[in-house]
Design a protein around this ligand. Structure first.
Ligand code: UDP
Ligand code: MG
Length: 342
């Protein structure tokens, strides 16, 4: 081809972004292959219509699985060189840190984080890429509803988002970690080097131009949720205490109110004692304030403890994840592994 057309083609080529999908996997042997397959198909499709570049790929992050997940990931990288890469973390560090590890290592101009269980609708990816092309650095995938979640999960999630907003934390309702970020946004994210990581809060702090796409969340393709109730409440408490000091202020106010109350009770007790010498002080006026104030104190110490725990963890500056092995990326560990096996 020659003439002005070929020039346009040459100039347009670099505009097609290399898209990397980051997929955290913790004991996902039942779904990891299907997830990789679905993402590969999507990449081919989007590549054919010119939405993503030839260096687009899938990075599967094994977050300390104890099943065959890593074995399957290694097989996938061999079967699809250049398209699939694997990252093995040295142990289970949790969804948020696994995602961060993937985001830190993945190449590409556009990084899309998505769960391995295919609950998030891949159908909205073209829309996400369109927003990117229009100049948005972050595109949030937002669930339209939660028909497949349990009632308990729906209710607790609604409370959580409402509470976060009340506490002045900027979160997007029903956005988990299905998200597109430009390279620029990821570099900014990496400057937030806190150990108590609540990504969906931090990404909001970055700012930049962002958009939202709505999707319906499906049932898990297979396997079971890796987020137990206690893990979920852990994430919620981390989210609140990493982003808001309002609970500290609330306990100060509580302290003030209970002190005023205690003062009023003491005045009353004193007045009764002075004006009515025969009065036997009632047990209520003794026991009630003691138990009440005791309760408030323990609660307050608990809240303080949450924050002190955070400070403790942050001061250690421990690495947030340790990479055991990378396969399928340039300069990775597969050659070294092969040599060792010989
Ligand atoms: N996950 C992870 N490390 C963990 C727990 C979960 O990488 O310690 C991954 C998991 O494999 C999945 C994603 O995080 O890809 C979301 O987990 P899950 O689907 O179990 O959570 P739910 O959708 O039930 O909230
Ligand atoms: Mg899930």
């Amino acid at each position: 081809m020659s003439g002005p057309d070929s020039e346009v083609a040459v100039m347009a080529a670099p505009e097609r972004p290399a898209v990397s999908f980051i997929v955290p996997c913790h004991n996902e042997e039942l779904v990891v292959e299907a997830a990789a397959q679905a993402l590969l198909e999507l990449i081919e499709q989007q590549h054919d219509i010119g939405r993503c570049g030839p260096r687009s790929m899938v990075l599967l992050v094994d977050d300390g699985s104890s099943d065959r997940t890593w074995e399957l990931i290694e097989q996938l990288t061999l079967a699809h060189p250049g398209r699939i890469a694997g990252l093995l973390l040295s142990r289970n560090v949790g969804h948020q840190h696994a995602l961060l590890a993937g985001l830190s290592i993945a190449p590409g101009d556009v990084l899309i984080s998505i769960d391995a269980d295919l609950q998030d609708d891949l159908g909205v990816i073209p829309q996400m890429l369109d927003y990117y092309q229009q100049g948005h650095d972050i595109v949030y995938g937002v669930r339209r509803g939660r028909p497949t979640d349990t009632r308990l999960k729906r209710m607790t999630a609604a409370w959580f988002y409402r509470l976060m907003r009340r506490l002045g934390v900027d979160v997007i309702d029903n956005h988990a970690d299905y998200r597109l970020m430009s390279r620029r946004a990821v570099e900014m994210l990496r400057r937030y080097d806190e150990v108590n990581l609540f990504l969906r809060g931090i990404v909001r702090l970055i700012g930049l131009r962002s958009a939202q796409v709505l999707y319906d969340r499906r049932e898990r393709a297979a396997g079971s949720s890796k987020y137990s109730l206690s893990r979920m409440s852990g994430l919620a408490i981390d989210g609140i205490t990493s982003f808001s000091a309002v609970p500290l202020r609330v306990i100060s106010m509580l302290g003030l109110l209970t002190s005023l109350f205690a003062l009023a009770v003491s005045v009353w007790v004193l007045v009764v004692a002075l004006t009515n010498p025969s009065a036997v002080p009632g047990w209520a006026s003794t026991v009630l304030p003691v138990t009440f104030i005791g309760g408030v104190q323990i609660l307050s110490i608990g809240v303080l403890g949450e924050y002190i725990g955070k400070i403790y963890m942050e001061t250690k500056r421990r690495p947030r994840f340790i990479v055991d092995r990378i396969v399928g990326l340039p300069g990775d560990d597969s050659e070294r592994d092969a040599q060792r096996r010989q």
